[in-house]
Write a protein that binds this ligand. Sequence first.
Ligand SMILES: [Ca+2]
Ligand SMILES: [Ca+2]
Ligand SMILES: [Ca+2]
Ligand SMILES: [Ca+2]
Length: 405
Amino acid sequence: MSRKSLAAGVLAFAFLVFVGGVGYEQASQSQQPSCPPIAVGVLPSAIVAGEFNKDAIPDLAVANHSSDNVSILLGSGDGCTFSVSSVGVGEGPRSIAVGDFDGNGTQDLAVANETSADVAILLGGGNGAFRSAGSIPIGEGPIYVAVGDFNRDGHQDIVAVDQISDDIFILLGDNTGAFPEIKRFDVGNRPSSVAVGDFNRDAKQDLVIANDLDDNIHVLLGDGEGNFELKGTFKVGLGPGHAVQSFGFGFLGLIFPQLVWPVQPDFNRDGIQDLIAVNKGSNDISIFIGKGDGTFNKQRRLKTHGNAPSAVIIGDFDRNGFQDIAVANQGTDNASVLLGSGGTSFRLREKYDVGDDPSSIAKADFNRDGCEDLAIANRHSDFPQEASNVAILLGNCDGTFQKKT
Ligand SMILES: [Ca+2]
Ligand SMILES: [Ca+2]
Ligand SMILES: [Ca+2]
Ligand SMILES: [Ca+2]
């Protein structure tokens, strides 16, 4: 089927959803965040929340694709103000993940450098400062990294997605910040991201790869020794650019907020992991309810109420016990918040004009009021690109976020 006829099908589906009228279009106009934007490096492509200076105030790390560095934003506790520093990495950083690679209890960072084709390891000192532990050459153009323990030795490992060689690389850590063993597995065409989870509930971590050119996802089951085998392929929308695993969209009424996030390693006896793929080319997301055996029920496609969605984050933004979704829409410069009510039912709550060209989204409680907040990296690809920034949306605990008045 051609992309054109697929797109027509998508439009027809979206139209049906609209006619079905589950209150999708009731949300008001876009709003602007109450916090002023925070300047970072040039063309930020990924943002992740962490705790880098052990003051119990959430922090952020941003990978800046064109300034070849990572911005470290240490939270002040008021939610809007961060102290910003930067640390150099390789060329063209595209993705960033938090781990503890030397096992000393402080958070470290792994950065996929697309242009220099390596993964940089930054070891955190626990005071907000990072030092380079070197770079591991990977493929031809790694664009996404995630962290897991794929060989179950208690040492954190890294999975890197290489969009040029169409492979993923498993970097097995030795708990000193080094990764002496690397394994390579073939995936689909132009893989764009990876989600780590345990989709068949055997206590061995599995992977889901979004394949941009194939418009599908691959589920790879782990053997617990760092090897992966294709379990199944699932069709999604057009151009999936981001895949996220989650607990419990299909786990009706039994999720309690404190169990939903962060994911508890021992929670998977009861919860079944579900999945989201973000379809940049069809302006929607695919939600898959997990069956618990590494397969999923048929996708449910949901409009993101913006164009070219680039990333999602899952939270419980209205604290009703059901997981919600926040989406960054790169094409329309906004973020939309879709509130869940169990299963695959979501409704648009509000949209926010977050800044130019949002590429990535993270969450934490930056002002420590008990409500989850959002951080969005804006590439600002219009001139001047040095205006790249991070927008903060402070949550109100009812699914809305503080707006500029
Ligand atoms: Ca902190
Ligand atoms: Ca390991
Ligand atoms: Ca598994
Ligand atoms: Ca908050």
